[in-house]
Design a protein around this ligand. Sequence first.
Ligand SMILES: *Cc1c(COP(=O)(O)O)cnc(C)c1O
Length: 369
Amino acid sequence: MQKVVPFVDLKSQYQSIQPAINATIQNVLNEAYFVQGRQVGEFERQYADYVGIKHCIGVSNGLDALRIALSALGVGVGDEVIMQANTYIATALAVSAVGATPVFVDCNPDTYMIDTALIEGEITPRTKAIMPVHLTGCAADMEPIMDIAQRHNLWVVEDAAQAHGTFYKDKMCGSIGHAAGFSFYPGKNLGAYGDGGAVTTNDAALAEKIRRIANYGQRVKYEHIEKGVNARLDTIQAAILSVKLPHLQAWNEARAQHAKKYDELLSGVGDLKMQKTPTGSTHTYHVFIIETDQRDALQKHLAYNGVNTIIHYPTPPHRQEAYAELGIPAGRYPHAERLAKRTLSLPMYPELSDAQIVYVADQVKAFFK
Ligand SMILES: *Cc1c(COP(=O)(O)O)cnc(C)c1O
């Protein structure tokens, strides 16, 4: 029988917590407070405590979390925001959404995090913020980033969409910058059953402003003190997230176990290179990435043998048609562009079995034989 190893398996996770999920959804239906129900505030409190921060504001998705954080910090038209070139398009789109311009810097070729030594070279009088991305489940090197930001009077907005539960030294991602954006897209380490997101911050005034912007710029009902948007977290999604949050640590630990097993089985195979966990960071393995010169052929071979993989990401934002206006030539960010050609993400989710990992590794080994 042909085996199939999916890239993620949201069904098996649902089955493992089905009674609690069904009960909480039923509860929301019974209470019928579908927008801004009490479950939203409850989840916000729980998630703030988990991250180790004072304020959490539930929003509609990760992109909205980032753009509302930028907007609340006053980043707008004519401003520049520095980020790494090898990120998901949403980081750049959040900056564009407030009318500012993303300015890219290359990444470290081994850890894939932003190369902090390149940040100051890109600072101009228009620079307003740095957006480090905690990519793959690792933390960006926040100490030098906060240091640069302080010296140049810049905001730091963490893109923590791939780093639920990741620690940088003794702090959790999302508690280090002036604000942070999380995504609860279903496939993220903490995922809703639809879109969802959150902003975290220690600044009470900023938190209030973010909450206001996400809710029509409304201070009290029908009193609008700025032009906000509708970007609230649904009650049902908040209720689901509250059921899932207590499992997050165990799920992240399971991911780390699977990564260890992949590492053992795959080290020294072919020309494979594995991601290096950055110093000072834990790894929550939102994705497990391997690198090879034969990436496309390996992906085809794995697909043929029932192993689903994804490329994170085949085209960096500066090479997307959407950002043609920036006129950035190919080759400008060599490490990011090399990774786009070489990386492959293997199946990774908490419910993955040892037998599945061995099967995936065997298929990879067979390719390189
Ligand atoms: C998923 C993701 C986002 C966007 O989150 P959505 O909820 O899909 O809008 C932003 N940044 C990164 C790095 C992501 O992985």
